[in-house]
Design a binder for this molecule. Structure first.
Ligand code: OSB
Ligand code: MG
Length: 372
């Protein structure tokens, strides 16, 4: 693949509804899109770094210069044959996984378009439809949360996940379970608890949760193993799993029984596949996490979710839950049975609406081979 240029764009996209986690509330996203030109096709990727370094140490203002000064020059100077080659090219840069994923995934996207093959097949997927859940943020009141859950269940979603933190946990779970005793329900703490709250965390067991996601520190695995021994509820790790070695360690240590795979968090499709393969070896289910993506990242999440080990509903939901107008066509739609039908068209099966991309773009920079 001859890669002629890479373009970075920042888009400002207001969310339909604010999203609040234990580390804060966002009303609007600064979306970082990466596109590249290669032999007549354009490949797209999305860097999912946040507005702030709160979910992880990366944020849009670290990702942009890392892609510009290090990753793109490495890519434009090298000879790549496929998306699979990128991880090795970027290995010299430590960390910055979301930046790497944005660029690597654009190469996979271009490769699929060049080969006229669906991206999900190129990734080794096998599913024709994927199961969808929703992640519902902390609301202004428990009543508002119950209303939201009702809407999502009526839309067909197969798993409800709520964000929790001290003060917004057992009290809301009581209310949810009183109304819906049997729905598939999980919680995500985004590291809101510490190990000295184990007695409090044991009370979550009463609610028959599918999982408790990332209860402890974002950089801890061993202490999650200690906690898992004290809980009946399965722990799912998100932030703590940076790559396949982390997944291997976590599963060997018994730190979790489920893994959330986010392609951005682990540095791209290649590493995401490796994490998936490690979980398969342990017989542990994985599911695809979300980072409030625009259609570009969302379409990539759908492709990744077709891998066999993605046996639980992911946080991959319809475009309209996030955006008044998404930047892809068609928008991501979820059927009444809570499934997304996977397209057999070449690439992701979704086209980029470049006119809408332009409308939301607030900065743009193109880097060309030989000029970096
Ligand atoms: O922890 O899964 C998370 C959003 C931003 C940062 C972290 C997380 C999330 C979500 C949203 O839960 C999932 C989505 O709907 O995209
Ligand atoms: Mg999470």
């Amino acid at each position: 693949m001859k890669i002629e240029s890479v373009t970075l764009r920042e888009l400002h996209m207001p969310l339909v509804h604010f999203f609040e986690t234990s580390f804060g509330r966002v009303y609007s996203r600064r979306i970082l899109l990466v596109s590249l030109e290669s032999e007549g096709v354009r490949g797209w990727g999305e860097c999912v770094a946040g507005e702030d370094p709160f979910y992880s140490s990366e944020w849009i203002e670290t990702a942009w210069p890392t892609i510009k000064h290090y990753l793109t020059p490495a890519l434009l100077q090298a000879e790549v044959h496929s998306g699979r080659d990128c991880a090795a090219l970027f290995a010299k840069v430590r960390g910055h996984r979301m930046a790497k994923a944005g660029l690597e995934n654009a190469v996979w996207d271009a490769e699929a378009r060049q080969k006229q093959e669906p991206l999900w097949k190129l990734l080794g997927g096998s599913r024709q439809e994927i199961a969808c859940g929703v992640s519902i943020g902390i609301q202004d009141s428990p009543d508002q949360l119950l209303q939201k859950i009702e809407i999502e269940l009526a839309a067909g979603y197969r798993r409800i996940k709520i964000k929790v933190k001290p003060g917004w946990d057992l009290n809301v779970l009581e209310k949810i379970r009183a109304r819906w005793a049997d729905i598939l329900l999980s919680v995500d703490a985004n590291s809101a608890y510490t190990l000295d709250q184990v007695e409090h965390l044991r009370k979550f067991d009463a609610f028959k949760l599918l999982m408790i996601e990332q209860p402890l520190w974002d950089d801890e695995i061993y202490l999650h193993a200690r906690l898992q021994k004290a809980l009946q509820t399965a722990i799912c790790l998100d932030e703590s799993i940076r790559h396949a070695r982390d997944a291997d360690f976590a599963l060997e240590a018994g730190a979790c029984r489920i893994i959330n795979i986010k392609v951005g968090r682990v540095g791209g499709f290649t590493e995401a596949k490796r994490v998936h393969d490690v979980a398969q070896r342990y017989g542990v289910p994985v599911w695809c996490g979300g980072m409030l993506e625009s259609g570009v990242g969302r379409a990539h999440n759908i492709a990744l979710s077709t891998l066999e080990g993605f046996r639980l509903p992911g946080d991959v939901s319809a475009s309209k839950r996030y955006w008044k107008q998404d930047i892809i066509e068609p928008e991501v739609e979820v059927r009444a049975d809570g499934m997304i039908a996977v397209s057999n068209a070449p690439g992701t099966g979704y086209e980029i609406r470049e006119d809408i991309v332009r409308k939301f773009t607030v900065r743009e920079e193109t880097l060309r081979a030989g000029k970096t």
